[in-house]
Design a protein around this ligand. Structure first.
Ligand SMILES: NC(=O)c1ccc[n+]([C@@H]2O[C@H](COP(=O)([O-])OP(=O)(O)OC[C@H]3O[C@@H](n4cnc5c(N)ncnc54)[C@H](O)[C@@H]3O)[C@@H](O)[C@H]2O)c1
Length: 391
């Protein structure tokens, strides 16, 4: 049993679909500083079964009703990408902190509008006790375990579920890059989802419950494979590239589609000057593989990332010219969904620095995805600053 902290973040989870069943309910129950206060889904069958299984204090059919529950301090949004932005905005307007699944949204414009609204809301609401029309904050929940003298909560936090950032191996690589590598020469990363992925995940996890009553976006967002793979998988690859290699300026992408497999090779221009190459291949006729190689002035990094459902830390080796040694950490806890939730809660409860992707990261990521799509359509290099629309 997880030993819980005295002060817990009271979380409501929106969506009882596969991602919540596989990752977020478990993460909320295991996170040392989170209480699963409420769940919400308009599919009665899913919600009722999840409520019995996970025992939140409340289960809501209606999202507005969950947002009106004064005990709920933050919401985790685990629903289809097309719904992320409006539902995140609604939560922020109700004064709730938000952890929203990746990608932040599906168009640049909606993501930027959300960023602008949050910035405006923050500037209009300098302290939690001042209510602004856009972003009111509820009274803090009655919590008998809250210790006296704690710092007031920070302004509303929005974090995106780019859980790779919480893989201890990737976190180690990031620290090494930032503190020891000096100037970067080159950055390569790849993400190959396996043809056999669902055999592996079906063996690893309980098969998720599906409901006919689940709310889905119009049409079938998975029907357009290019678009779906970009939003679902490239959103991880692009965030890892930015997290380790820094801002992206432009891309030149090529796509080959044969025997129902897709391969994107993306030449990346980093703001700091490193040469970059990203490779997204789906489905690969082989194992799931994700990884990166970085060359820098004072060292190099190699990383092998595993299918996240194994909760196994990446194997990362950093070579430093300072001591001429390879360093390889053992990340014994790599439940990245739990770790991202714990850090989100620490940010809100204790004012810790945010490691998770924020709104600027979300906007930059969608710009990168759109730029890759436009580059393929036009057959030329595309700068992230110039693109508009969706993938
Ligand atoms: N971080 C990761 O590793 C990872 C992995 C897989 C999926 N994801 C992300 O998870 C999301 C998809 O999750 P899913 O597959 O569980 O989605 P889903 O669409 O299958 O399920 C979402 C559930 O939310 C409910 N819902 C939607 N809108 C609602 C509303 N307004 N009010 C009440 N209930 C509502 C639906 O009824 C449904 O049951 C995507 O954003 C995807 O990118 C992330």
């Amino acid at each position: 049993m997880t030993k819980k902290d005295a002060r817990l973040l009271h979380l409501g989870i929106l969506g009882c679909g596969p991602i919540s069943q596989i990752a977020h309910f478990d993460a909320a129950k295991k996170a040392r500083n989170v209480e699963l206060t409420a769940i919400c889904d308009l599919a009665d069958d899913l919600r009722e079964r999840m409520a019995v299984l996970h025992q939140p204090r409340a289960a809501y059919r209606d999202y507005e009703a969950m947002l009106a529950d004064g005990r709920v301090e933050a919401v985790l949004i685990g629903v289809a990408d097309q719904f992320h932005v409006p539902l995140a905005l609604q939560a922020l307007q109700a004064g709730k902190h938000v952890l929203v699944e990746k990608p932040l949204g599906v168009t640049i414009e909606e993501c930027e509008a959300l960023r602008d609204a949050l910035e405006k809301g923050r500037s209009g609401s300098p302290s939690p006790s001042v209510r602004s029309p856009g972003f009111s904050r509820p009274e803090p929940p009655t919590n008998p375990t809250t210790s006296e003298g704690e710092r007031p909560p920070p302004p509303l936090v929005l974090q995106i579920g780019n859980n790779r950032r919480f893989d201890p191996g990737i976190a180690f690589a990031r620290k090494f890059v930032q503190e020891e590598m000096g100037e970067l020469l080159s950055f390569k990363a790849w993400y190959w989802d396996s043809l056999y992925r669902y055999t592996m995940t079906d063996n690893l996890q309980a098969i998720p419950l599906i409901s006919e009553a689940a709310r889905k976006p119009a049409g079938n967002p998975k029907a357009d494979r290019r678009r779906y793979f970009m939003l679902t998988h490239a959103s991880h690859l692009v965030d890892t590239a930015r997290w380790l290699g820094g801002e992206l300026l432009s891309v030149r992408a090529r796509l080959r589609n044969r025997f129902e497999a897709y391969c994107w090779f993306v030449e990346v221009e980093f703001a700091q000057g490193a040469l970059g190459h990203l490779d997204l291949t789906i489905p690969a006729r082989g194992d799931f593989e994700e990884g990166f190689q970085i060359q820098g002035e004072h060292g190099s990094v190699k990383g092998q990332v595993f299918l996240p459902w194994y909760h196994k830390s990446s194997v990362v080796e950093c070579f430093s010219t300072k001591d001429r040694q390879y360093r390889r950490p053992l990340g014994e806890d790599a439940h990245t969904y739990k770790l991202q939730l714990e850090q989100f809660a620490d940010r809100i409860l204790h004012g810790d620095r945010q490691h998770g992707a924020n709104l600027d990261d979300g906007v930059a990521a969608i710009r990168a995805l759109v730029a890759i799509a436009r580059s393929i359509e036009r057959g030329e290099r595309v700068t992230l600053a110039e693109v508009t629309g969706g993938v």
